[in-house]
Design a protein around this ligand. Sequence first.
Ligand code: PRX
Length: 668
Amino acid sequence: MTSNSNHSDSHTSVLHETRSFPPSAEFVANTEVNADVFAQLNREAALDLDAFWCKRARDLITWEKPFTKGLDESNAPFFQWFADGTLNVSYNCLDRHLATRADKTALIAELDDGTVEHISYQQLYERVCRLANGLRSLGVQAGDRVVIYMPMVANAVVAMQACARIGAIHSVVFGGFSSKSVAERIIDAEAKVVITSNVGYRGGKTVELKKTVDEALTQTGSLIEHVVVFARDDSQTNMQAGRDIWWHELTAKQEANCQPAWVSAEHPLFILYTSGSTGKPKGVQHSTGGYLLGAVQSYLWTFDSTMDSGTASKHHKANDVFWCTADVGWVTGHSYVAYGPLAAGATQVMFEGIPTYPDASRFWQMIEKHKVTIFYTAPTAIRSLIKLGADLPKRYDLSSLRILGSVGEPINPEAWIWYHDVVGGGRCPIVDTWWQTETGTQMMTPLPGAMACKPGSCAQPLPGLSINIVDETMQTAAPRESGTLVIERPFPSMVRTLWRDPERFKTAYFPEEFGGRYVAGDSAMRDEDGYFWILGRIDDVLNVSGHRLGTMEIESALVANHLVAEAAVVGRPDALTGEAVVAFVILKGARPTGDDAAEMVKVLKAFVAQEIGAIARPAEIRFADGLPKTRSGKIMRRLLRSIARGDAITSDISTLENPAIIQQLQEK
Ligand code: PRX
C-alpha cells in the first residue's frame, strides 16, 4: 500500500465548496430520522455499540434461532457477529412478507425493449422456491458455490435469492466481463454450477451470455457440473447434453414451496470479486446475518423508509417506488437491488438496458412511467446524461421523486447541482453514499431528514460506524487536513475475509501500522462541520513539487468549466516536480484538433490554475471522445496512467466500453 501524506508536508485540501442544502420543513416533518433522532442513535451507539447492533438485529431480522452474542472479537481481524443465531436471507426477503403483503409488487422489471413485468412478492417467492428446488435436484448443497452470469432481468434476483435459500454461496459476475474473467472466478471459487441466460440486451445490442460461459468452461476443467440457462427469448444457443439445462425445464415440475436452509449468521452469503492493487481480483466474502442487517438497516435510514407493515399500511412510504440502477454484478446491485429493499418489503424497479437507449431520456421516461420516488444512480451516468441532454429531464413529470442518491465515485459539485435542480426540481435531498464492496453496505451519507447536503460531500457516518481520518502518526487529522480513511470499530456488514486468502485479507485491510483499524484505501478530509469529503484512492493522490493533490479535486475543477463534460486526472513521473498532472478531457462539443486543441489546452490550464491554484495546473491535457471505463462505469485509471507515461498497453482492455478511444488518448 502506498503510504499517505507525511505529516509535515500534508496538504491542506484545496476543495472549497461552501454551498449547503438543508432539507425542506416538509421533508423534515415526514422523516423517520430527524436531527434529534440521529443524535439519539449516535448516543446509543456510543454508549454500547454491541447492544446497539443487537437491538437492530432483533428488530429487523427474523431469526430461526436467536443469537445470544453480538460481536466476537476473539479472532480479530476475522470479526464475527451474531454467530450462534441461525436465519435465512431469502426467508427474510420473501416468506415473512407473505402474510401481510403477498400481492404487493416486489419488482417492476423493465426490459431493454421497454416491455414491463410487475412481479408480486407471492410470485417472486414461488419463482425463487422453484429454482431453489431445481438447484437442490442438481445436487447443489449449502456451502457450494454457484456463479451467476445474467442480464439485469428479474431472474437475476431470483437466482441470487434461490442460492441464498439453500445456503449456496453465489458469486455474481457482471454480464460485461469476458470469458477469461468468468473462468478465473469459477476456478478461484471452485464453483459447481453456473446460472446464465441464452442472451441479454443492452441498448438494442445482443449480449451472448451463454456463448461466453461456453468459452469460459473450456478453461475450467471439470469443475462445472451443470449450467442452468434462462431463456431470455427464443434465441438459439448450444446446449451440451448432460451439462446444460434450460431454467424452465428444470423448474417446471418443482414445487412452489421450498424449505429454507437455516444457516449460521456467519455462513457466507456470497463472494464478490473486486479489483485490488494487484492484477488478481479479490474474492470479497460476506456473511449472512451481519450483511443482511447492514443492507436492510442502511436501506431504511438512507432512503428514509419504513419496514412495510403490510398492504393495510396507510403510510405513504409503503407506496415508495425505489430504483437503484446498479447491475447485480456489483455490490450496489447486491445490497440495494437483491437484498436490502426486498428485506424491507419495498417495491422496486429493475432495468435491463442502458440510460442512453433509445435516447438519453430513458431514465426520465422510466421515472415518470413507474412513478419512482427514490432514485439511486452513479455520477458517471449523471455526467453522461448532462452531456447528451441537460434539458431532457424537463420534458418529463418527475414530481414523484422525493430522494435522489449517488454512489460509487465522488460526484463533482457541478453534476450534483444539475442533479439537484434539474432532476430533483430543487426539492429532493441527494444522498451521496460512500461505501465499498468490502463494507457491504453504505457507511457514510447525508441522512436526508437529519442534516443538510453539501455538493460533493458524503456527509457523516451512519449511526454505529466509527469512521475517522488519520495522519501518518495515526492521530486524527485536523479539519481540512487530508489523511487516510479508516474504520475504527468492527461493524456487522463488513467483509469477513478474502475467499481462501486470509493473509491477503489481513495485509490489504488491516496493515499493522494502523493498529487494528480497517483501512479503506481512500484519502479524505473533514471540514469544520464534521462533513467528510472523499479525495480519491490513496494511490490516486499526486505529489507535485512536494504538494499533495487529490486527482478528484482537479477533475472537479475541470468539469466546472462549462465546455467540459468529463475529465480524468492521473500523475506521471516528472524529473523536475516529482509527479506531473496529466488530464484527459472530454468536451461537451466535438473533440478539438490542431490549433483549436492548443487553444483549448491554454484555456483549461488557466482555468484550473484559477479554480484551485497554480500548483494544480495540468502539465498536459489530452482530448478524446470518451474515457476508458469498465462496463460498470469506473474510469480505468491504471490504463490512463500507462497512457500518460507513454507505456505500451499490456493490461486487459476487454471490459472497456469503447476500446477505440485508447488511440485518441495516446495522441499528444
Ligand atoms: O474510492 C471510493 C469510491 O469507490 C470505492 C469503492 O468501490 P467499489 O468497491 O467498487 O464500490 C462501489 C460501490 C459502493 C471507494 O473506496 N466511492 C464509492 N462511493 C463513493 C466513492 N467515492 C466518493 N464518493 C462516494 N459516494
